[in-house]
Design a protein around this ligand. Sequence first.
Ligand SMILES: *Cc1c(COP(=O)(O)O)cnc(C)c1O
Length: 370
Amino acid sequence: MPEITIPTSLLPADGRFGSGPTKVRQEQLDHLMASREILGTSHRQAPVKDLVGRVRSGIADLFRLPEGYEVVLGNGGSTAFWDAAAFSLIERRSQNLVFGEFGQKFASAAAAPWLEQPDVRTAEPGTRSTASPVEGVDVYAWPQNETSTGVMAPVTRVHGDPGALTVIDATSAAGGVDVDAAESDVYYFAPQKNFASDGGLWLALLSPAAIERVERIAGGDRYIPEFLSLKNALDNSRLNQTLNTPALATLVLLEAQLDWMNGSGGLSFAAARTRESSSALYDWAESVDYASPFVADPADRSQVVVTIDFADAIDAKAISSALRANGVVDTEPYRKLGRNQLRVATYAGIDPADVRALIGSIEYVVDQLG
Ligand SMILES: *Cc1c(COP(=O)(O)O)cnc(C)c1O
């Protein structure tokens, strides 16, 4: 393969387009440096508890938290939340929509021995399945954005059995897609995507019905490990604490991103940015004859993770490698999808001007490979 040097005038100012972890904005790092007196201090003392409190209220503001909902957090990221949900949220049986890796992972966690087998509704990658009410199902679960494929699904409450909960994996959608939180009972995410922080934490908006469920299951006779107890997380969160030590830098970086979003117009501001960036990519892919959006139905196309297929004559791997050699990183597709594809995050923190520069860089590389 020839070595390709992309002209500096074409390159994005910031070359980080990963789907998570992703670009951390300079202002977040400045805030981290300005917060140095908090780093390395006790999470049981006021300065860190106040930081957790500011993060919780920043999230409440961003999502226009509906009456009675609470912001809960814990350690372990979204993956830990799946196991916590199996112990603390699913009463008997869940319905899981699977249209990619992340939906599948929750479905697997929900197949726990103390629960009935989940009602799993699978769709081919690039498309999506939909929820429908089933008697005996008490949790309806799906990812709002399937990060492995770039398929996005609406957040609308499922009206099943009385008390059934709608539980949304918003890990890669939260903070980049406008949403009515009242259409879900649990809206959970991790901070390393639109919030441009580090991983290792989960956060969730819980409705009054979800809180009631968590408390009821905790009061029953099911064995629940303390680390995976949502009741424990709820009680600690109310005190602006976590069960065990949180990563303080992660909270500080998250705080900075929340301040930026809330100070710039909130969720509609963030969603307009991700919409602008993703539209630029989809419009471009449709305008050239060697690329096309992987997700066929425009209504299902993600505004935060864009997947673009390339014609057989062009090796997408050669494009992502050439980009990487020029400092433009993490445009490789989800490893298990195995397609001739680029995947580009268009999260809130990524500058739409950089996405347009990325398009110019891809065109340059394709031309050179030609
Ligand atoms: C990234 C991602 C996860 C996994 O998050 P972790 O914090 O690494 O566990 C889960 N679901 C979706 C939709 C994701 O994009």
